[in-house]
Write a protein that binds this ligand. Sequence first.
Ligand SMILES: *Cc1c(COP(=O)(O)O)cnc(C)c1O
Length: 412
Amino acid sequence: MSNKGFTTIAVHSERWGKPEHGSLRKPIHTSIAYGYEKSADLAAVFQNRAKGYAYARQANPTVTALEEKVTALEGGVGTVCFSTGMAAFAAAALALLRDGDHIVSSSYLFGNTSSQLSTLARIGIEVTFVDATDVKNVANAITPRTRIVLVETIANPVTQVADLAAIGKLCKERGLIYIIDNTLTSPYLFKPITVDATFSWSSLSKYFGGHGAALGGSLTDLGHFDWSTYANIYDLYKGGEAKNWALVQIRKKGLRDFGATLSPEASHTLSLGSETLALRMDRHCDNAERLALFLSEQKQVAKVHYPGLSSHPQYNLVQNLFRRPGALLSFELASGLDTLAFLDQLELVICSSNLGDTRTLAIPVAQTIFFELGPEKRAEMGIADGLIRLSVGIEDAADLIADFTQAFLAFK
Ligand SMILES: *Cc1c(COP(=O)(O)O)cnc(C)c1O
């Protein structure tokens, strides 16, 4: 399966799992419980000695089909899916860390992830935030209690790109778990396995599902980490091959104990959406490249942040590591212009907080998603009051350019 192209895998992987009745698509299984003719077989499932289903909080056949697809697209050894992207990281942290353990995280982070880390910091897990665009800052923050290094591929809203390969090398040398949030790139644009990541973490709610119609998250073990050397694996979960231990523990804690389970209905919607991931992503990127250039030429725009512009600080790194530079960009209006009034002028582009949708969405960053941070922290992160984040959709590029053109005309 892994020797096939990206979209071939995306459209055929369910069928390769031999669904019921020769169905081309994995059916939506709504049963919560599963019956066994021999009680010993159910016991074997409970004891992790056999694969199978017992209660749907922990595993469901429709969700398994999606997990197998994500594993194949990422090139990993296994995947656990969750109700949301946020739940996926929470499950990994709570399952793999203990009181006093330490996370080194990029400070350029999805706002809710930052918030989640600050919650973890209040219950005994230490967190240090660093500028991860330079591996030296990550290296300097490592302590004897460090267990996890967390970065994103393209950080939102200012599009910083972490020093992905160098951090991978560092984590490998130091025996650290390296988690890459691959949401903004998706496995089509970037494969975290190529930079020695331990896990690829993804919000399936964004580009993967793609249509803004279902929430979901995933965590894929990429097979680089030797779990037999890791102190925090419970003896109970050390059966079978060591490469599966972490995911077994994450499934038991994150799904069975904490209940962050993805529904079979959402799983179906996400899987259906993912069939066109590569096609959509190419179109998203085409449109983003066009808009980034167009915006750069406008006198009402002070600055454009987009990893595909040669002015971007990590432009070379992006050219080497990513298939394309993604479809998220942000731009700063020239000072004195009213950010909210400008957004209200747009007719086709929607003012909305999501990203990775098929529709182009714009949001005033300082006034919404980064409002809670306050003015000082925003200034530290380079977030000006006139910053607008754009998640570029798959509309016809000419219509997007026309919409921005008429909005800028009103702001002469
Ligand atoms: C949306 C998002 C998340 C969280 O995902 P949900 O599915 O909304 O919980 C995490 N990281 C990034 C980069 C995101 O964009």
